[in-house]
Write a new protein. Structure first.
Length: 255
């Protein structure tokens, strides 16, 4: 089942260039899946009562353009595959002319929160969403991100309370935003630029995130980064040196 909702870009959502940034766009995708689940009767509250939760394990995003202040946009999602413990969802953002600003695939897994371990996706969890529909026809999602052996150390930052979601974990979109900010601070160049200039001249871009271990309040975020000709990669660790997430930003062909 396909699900969509309309939005207008607010002043509180734009960056200094007057456009919504990566954090805002990824938050919209997460909002879309949350609204979809709620509207078919599978809300966060219901799953919590049943001691179940969906956790995101990977993003694969194709970014063509950022929406501007006041612009009306359409955000959509469609579950397209359920397999084992995993579920896969397409996402998209379109402008008023029905042109894609963003396409994405994502991998999620279901957790039995009482037992603290993943569980197989059962019919009662997915039946309310209807038949899976592959709206975008994207290539199979590849969640594994290779981190180069040659890399540099980034800075340390604490996990703040404002980073947390309802699972008491750091919001998934925040990892991507922190990668973008850390690359800028450490290199003096926009994470979205591959020409040595300021701005987002690298578009279209591919953004991937591979989530391995969640941060919680009080954790320390350690980072490493690597910059290649057409690819930038960030690795996030916790204070115990456990790998938490990889984020990759790369140039891709025109969409």
């Amino acid at each position: 089942m396909m699900y969509e909702f309309r939005e207008r870009v607010r002043y509180s959502e734009v960056e200094e260039n007057g456009k919504m940034g990566l954090l805002g766009m990824v938050n919209l995708l997460q909002d879309c899946s949350t609204f979809h689940s709620h509207d078919v009767g599978m809300s966060i509250e219901r799953l919590k009562a049943e001691k179940k939760a969906w956790f995101l394990s990977a993003w694969d995003i194709q970014l063509r353009a950022f929406p501007e202040l006041y612009e009306e946009i359409l955000i959509g999602t469609s579950p397209h595959l359920f397999r084992g413990i995993f579920a896969y969802r397409n996402f998209w953002i379109k402008n008023q002319e029905e042109e894609y600003l963003l396409k994405a695939d994502s991998e999620w897994f279901c957790v039995d929160t009482e037992k603290g371990r993943p569980q197989k996706v059962t019919e009662d969890l997915v039946e309310p969403f209807g038949e899976p529909e592959d709206v975008l026809g994207l290539p199979p999602l590849n969640r594994k991100i290779h981190f180069p052996e040659e890399h540099e150390e980034g800075r340390k930052i604490p996990v703040l309370r404002e980073y947390l979601d309802t699972n008491h974990h750091m919001n998934n979109a925040r990892y991507i935003a922190l990668a973008e900010e850390m690359l800028y601070e450490c290199t003096g160049e926009s994470a979205l630029s591959f020409s040595g200039k300021e701005g987002n001249d690298g578009l279209p871009l591919g953004i991937r995130a591979e989530y391995l271990k969640a941060y919680t309040y009080g954790d320390t975020i350690l980072s490493e980064f690597a910059v290649e000709k057409e690819r930038k990669t960030v690795a996030f660790y916790n204070q115990n040196k456990e790998l938490c997430c990889h984020v990759e930003i790369r140039k891709i062909p025109e969409m």
